[in-house]
Design a protein around this ligand. Structure first.
Ligand SMILES: NC(=O)CCC(=O)C(=O)O
Length: 311
């Protein structure tokens, strides 16, 4: 087994269950050889919050029946996507009804639930927040979207999440069956350094609830998933809502899983559906051994890693 010691200098505190130490040594061996079955649930999201949540819960149970051990939902699975909706649909975490439903679903189905995202209200601010629940219904972690989706493409799309939402300020990883998984939310995927940092934290998979649109989706959705997977040599999963052409923001759909070679293993179309897939982290080890870019970096010439944020 190869052992490549890497030293990462983390300046800001990371989350409770992410690596907290200021200097963290790890090797590729941390991320090796475990398997689990993942489900990515591409549900349609409408105006009725209770119905959206009930639908997601039903799909979690169906995924469990198909053998899933970790079930992931899309970005804003309980609320339509739009700055005009976020405050109305927002809830506190973990005491709101959507958290209660996810906790109960995780416990009853006996699966880990990555609860897509919901609009969260917290201390008079609003966030785009992902919760993770273990199979006993415990809240494992939360990730608040770090990079708000503010773009303006004339003739394409203009969106400004920052009109309503506040950005999170922590990198989030969690462990599932001995595998470290990094969380990002949609637009977060465009920021390579964030993904690189999670890879350096020892992640074998990056999971992004997301909701691209009909302008950027066809151009960048698959490209970004494959780019992150190939550059960082890990599994990447994106999970989107299904398309609703009557919505104000029409999503691209196409939830997908890319393997550490950068190959799309499964991808949905725009309709509701579920991807079920075995994730084997041995593939991570194989790619990293056969194409050992991780230990070939010329950090004497460039050093783009080893930072989080300056306080
Ligand atoms: N919900 C989002 O962050 C959308 C991101 C997106 O569409 C993009 O192009 O990036």
């Amino acid at each position: 087994m190869l052992f490549f010691p890497v030293q990462v200098f983390l300046i800001s505190p990371l989350k409770q269950n992410a690596t907290k130490s200021l200097v963290h040594n790890f090797s590729t061996s941390e991320a090796l050889s475990a398997c689990f079955k993942i489900a990515l649930i591409q549900v349609k999201v409408g105006m009725d919050k209770a119905k959206n949540v009930a639908n997601a819960v039903k799909e979690i149970h169906k995924a469990k029946e198909k053998g899933a051990q970790l079930v992931a939902l899309p970005e804003f699975f309980n609320s339509p996507y739009g700055t005009q909706y976020f405050k109305e649909y927002a809830e506190e975490i973990p005491c709101g009804p959507t958290s209660a439903a996810l906790k109960c679903a995780a416990l009853e189905a006996g699966v880990c639930v990555v609860g897509g995202t919901i609009p969260e209200c917290r201390r008079k601010k609003f966030y785009n927040t992902c919760t993770v629940w273990d199979e006993k219904g415990n809240l494992v972690t939360v990730h608040r979207k770090l990079h708000l989706f503010d773009i303006d493409i004339p003739g394409g799309i203009r969106f400004k999440e920052s009109e309503v939402l506040t950005a999170g300020d922590e990198i989030t990883t969690f462990c599932f069956k001995g595998i470290k998984i990094g969380l990002g939310i949609c637009y977060d995927v465009r920021f390579f350094e964030m993904a690189q940092l999670m890879a350096k934290e020892g992640c074998s998979m990056l999971l992004y609830p997301g909701a691209f649109n009909l302008t950027t989706g066809p151009m960048h959705w698959e490209l970004l998933a494959r780019a992150r997977a190939n550059d960082l040599q890990l599994w990447v999963a994106f999970v989107s809502p299904a398309r609703d052409n009557s919505a104000k923001y029409v999503v691209w759909g196409h939830s997908l899983i890319v393997n550490p070679w950068g190959k799309v293993m499964k991808m949905l179309d725009e309709y509701p559906g579920t991807i079920i897939m075995d994730i084997d982290t041995k593939v991570v080890e194989d790619v990293r051994r056969q194409i050992p870019v991780r230990c070939q970096r010329r950090t004497d010439i460039y050093d783009t890693v080893g930072y989080v944020k300056k306080n």
